[in-house]
Write a protein that binds this ligand. Structure first.
Ligand SMILES: Nc1ncnc2c1ncn2[C@@H]1O[C@H](COP(=O)(O)OP(=O)(O)OP(=O)(O)O)[C@@H](O)[C@H]1O
Length: 267
């Protein structure tokens, strides 16, 4: 078997057996910019799917439409078979800048989604503490965002998304604001969380290496208008040492294959 399983667009991808998010015929235009045209996608449950493509191809727009934060001009999004057009408890969004409240402690920030849902204080603080520990921030519960590094703030954003117990976590370039070491560490944590927490992750990234490293499935979008150009399922054994994966032949071949497809869009 080759390094990847490839499916070439533009025809819709056959639905996998258990897809949690179904996107059908999504289109979106801003003024005279056609951001997305006719997007058909299925996101498999319990897997990590990356949306990858050059700047302006509509990755964030698609993620926000799935989140219910932006309305599409046409098409539908269904979660667990139910059509959605607004945010809902089965989805949690992790923003690029983590969107933390500067005046609130780590615990309050992490518990904020639960506070909005009316969960009582004792229960939400207990849940928050659990996820603060899960993302490696035990001991920082009473700190404020300005007392934390960028990498730690990013973990607070993730703990907040985990604490509301959504099935689907939507992450918009969560690594863009942190340094390379934190990025690597957090990628490893994501792989572990996906396995331990049985969540579905949909992840926007610019980085081919990052997408190949962490994803079960990569959706390549092409720009103007944004369309699905290819779906790639890297066949990489992630059970061993993470450093080994970066040297794995399948990993390197997949990165190269994607780069060959994308480089035409780089001016
Ligand atoms: N609110 C908006 N008003 C007008 N145009 C917009 C708006 N949001 C996005 N666009 C345009 O729509 C297109 C897709 O934008 P989007 O941010 O979804 O792409 P992206 O792939 O996430 O880009 P990047 O990787 O640079 O973040 C771009 O051409 C962008 O300029």
């Amino acid at each position: 078997m080759g390094a990847t399983a490839l499916r070439n667009g533009p025809s819709p991808v056959p639905a996998p057996i258990d897809s949690i998010v179904e996107v059908r015929g999504i289109s979106k235009t801003y003024g005279n910019v056609e951001a997305l045209r006719g997007i058909d996608l299925d996101f498999p449950r319990g897997k990590l799917t990356s949306l990858l493509g050059p700047s302006g191809c509509g990755k964030t727009t698609l993620l926000k439409i799935i989140a219910g934060l932006i309305r599409a001009d046409g098409g539908t999004v269904a979660i667990n078979g139910k059509r959605v057009s607004a945010p809902g408890p089965e989805r949690a969004f992790v923003f690029q800048d983590f969107a933390l409240m500067p005046w609130a402690t780590v615990t309050r920030n992490v518990a904020f989604g639960l506070e909005l849902r009316g969960t009582n204080k004792a229960e939400r603080e207990e849940i928050a503490r659990r996820y603060i520990a899960e993302v490696g921030l035990a001991g920082f519960e009473d700190k404020y965002p300005h007392e934390l590094s960028g990498g730690m703030r990013q973990r607070v954003g993730l703990a907040r998304a985990l604490s509301v117990d959504a099935d689907v976590l939507l992450l918009d370039e969560p690594f863009s604001a942190v340094d390379e070491q934190n990025r690597r560490k957090f990628q490893e944590d994501l792989i572990r969380l996906r396995t331990n927490q049985n969540k579905t992750f949909i992840f926007v990234t610019h980085s081919i290496e990052e997408a190949v490293y962490i994803s079960d499935r990569i959706v390549l979008l092409s720009p103007r208008p944004g369309r699905v150009s290819q779906i790639i399922e890297p066949e990489i054994d992630r059970s061993g040492d993470p450093e080994r994966i970066h040297r794995d032949r399948h990993y390197l071949d997949t990165v190269e294959e994607i780069w060959q497809g994308l480089k035409q869009y780089v001016e």
